[in-house]
Design a protein around this ligand. Structure first.
Ligand code: IFM
Length: 457
């Protein structure tokens, strides 16, 4: 391992957690097995034109049948932690009523296999796969869904609360609300700002109700939520562009952070929304601001915002990943320092960070130097924030393995492990080998030194 990687590892404290992340619909497959119900993504994928390559998560990475192999893979990377989500329709096919024991058996097996290898399970309750039966009753637009979610959360707490290293309620509520209900490019495919903002409120409310439900039954796992966050930079310093950037900051960062940590929605965003502002009942904001044991941040890039049509990163010649997202590691430091300055933060985990690149498997090897560069620079940016006093406790690479990238289907590869979707063969990319080296260096730095018998005393 290079001196550079050793020096990077040395910038993190002894108990810093290094992990890898996935989500249920993106890897599990077995979409119609052992009693799993349909999710909104099963339904969405059936609609022509929704998924770039016409694919779906029916088989995905077949993780459901390869769980032991995949846990061994995680262990081979020396990862301390594995972040994954539970598919709600696998454990409660209709989103209310009967539980599916076969579904729970799968997660029992996963969690126990992780623990047996000393890997901490970081569990997410909702990574976008709402039971379709609940969508048929209004989905997240309906306030009732918040109660169904809390019942589901409580059952997971009852069964896994003493084995999970942490439980996050939601992954990226902005994506669910806006891409799913306003832009219509993710399930369930609605196109209404009003619906999206009501969903944003209900997701946050369901988070707070779920925390209450989990805590009231004595769940021991630390509880939190995961937000996608990017600094928003104005395209120019014109007053119009600056104002647009400030509004976008409100819609993506402050809407969630102000609600969770201050119990209020930002005034400027509420007045921009006007009639489209959500219906908020008395007491809702107090529920939303229940104390967090941790906050997960998913960081990929920055956003540039302006009133005209600002040039995208590709047109403006920036270095981009295969998603067309600008490679901008300094944005992670900036974001963390800003959140630290503006809010009284709980411990932070970088619950996702990584990049899609189209590197090919050639002679058994994937030489993804671009991904190594991406990971190294972002981990260094996180270390800068740590140095500035932000309490970052862990980092998860998105993703452990190539997987179903939502509306992009299988056309984008985020994994540090390559998946051949025909054979389901997994191959460590060079980035996985690099990450294993980094984690190994960190472990080595903090390993107790063996004192020889003749060393004195
Ligand atoms: O694949 C997704 C993940 O499900 C949520 N965060 C962003 C990733 C990359 O787009």
């Amino acid at each position: 391992m290079s001196a550079e990687t050793r020096a990077l590892a040395a910038r993190f404290p002894r108990d810093f957690a290094w992990g890898v992340a996935t989500s249920a619909y993106q890897i599990e497959g077995a979409a119609h097995e052992d009693g799993r119900g349909d999710s909104i993504w099963d339904e969405f994928c059936r609609r022509p034109g929704t998924i770039k390559d016409g694919s779906n998560g029916d088989r995905a990475c077949d993780h459901y049948h390869r769980v032991d192999e995949d846990v061994a893979l995680i262990a081979s990377l020396h990862a301390h932690a594995y972040r994954f989500s539970i598919a709600w329709p696998r454990v409660q096919p209709l989103g209310e009523g009967a539980w599916n024991e076969k579904g729970f058996a799968f997660y029992d097996r996963l969690v126990d296999a992780l623990l047996a290898r000393g890997i901490a399970p970081y569990l997410t309750l909702y990574h976008w796969d709402l039971p379709q039966a609940l969508q048929d009753k209004g989905g997240w637009v309906s306030r009732d869904t918040t109660l169904r979610f809390a019942e589901y959360a409580a059952e997971i707490g009852r069964r896994f609360g003493d084995r999970a290293a942490s439980i996050a309620t939601h992954n990226e509520p902005w994506v669910v609300a806006v891409l799913g209900h306003q832009a219509g490019i993710f399930a369930p495919g609605l196109r209404s700002q009003k619906a999206a903002m009501q969903v944003a409120h209900h997701l946050l409310l369901s988070h707070g109700i779920a925390l209450d439900a989990l805590r009231s039954q004595g769940c021991r796992a630390p509880l939190g939520i995961v937000l996608n966050q990017s600094p928003i930079h104005a395209a120019t310093d014109s007053p119009e562009d600056m104002a647009k950037a400030r509004l976008d900051d409100g819609l993506t960062i402050r809407w969630y952070m102000d609600a969770l940590l201050r119990g209020q929605y930002p005034e400027d965003v509420l007045s921009f929304l006007g009639e489209d502002a959500p219906c908020v009942l008395e007491g809702d904001m107090d529920v939303i601001r229940r104390p967090l044991d941790f906050l997960g941040i998913n960081y990929y890039t920055r956003n540039v915002s302006g009133t005209g049509a600002p040039l995208g990163p590709v047109q403006s010649g920036k270095e981009v990943t295969d998603m067309g997202w600008e490679v901008f590691p300094a944005g992670l430091t900036e974001l963390l320092e800003r959140l630290h300055a503006d809010y009284r933060l709980p411990p932070i985990y970088i619950t996702e960070n990584g990049a899609a690149y189209a590197n090919r498997l050639v002679d058994g090897r994937v030489a993804d130097v671009d991904r190594i560069r991406y990971l190294r620079s972002h981990i260094a940016a996180m270390a800068d924030a740590l140095g500035a006093g932000v309490d970052v406790r862990g980092y998860f690479v998105w993703s452990l393995i190539d997987n179903f990238e939502w509306a992009d289907g299988y056309s984008k590869r985020f994994g540090i492990v390559h998946v051949d979707y025909e054979t389901q063969r997994r191959t460590l990319k060079d980035s996985a080998i690099w990450y294993r080296g980094l984690v190994g260096e960190h472990i080595g730095l903090h390993a107790p030194k063996v004192v020889g018998a003749d060393a004195g005393g």
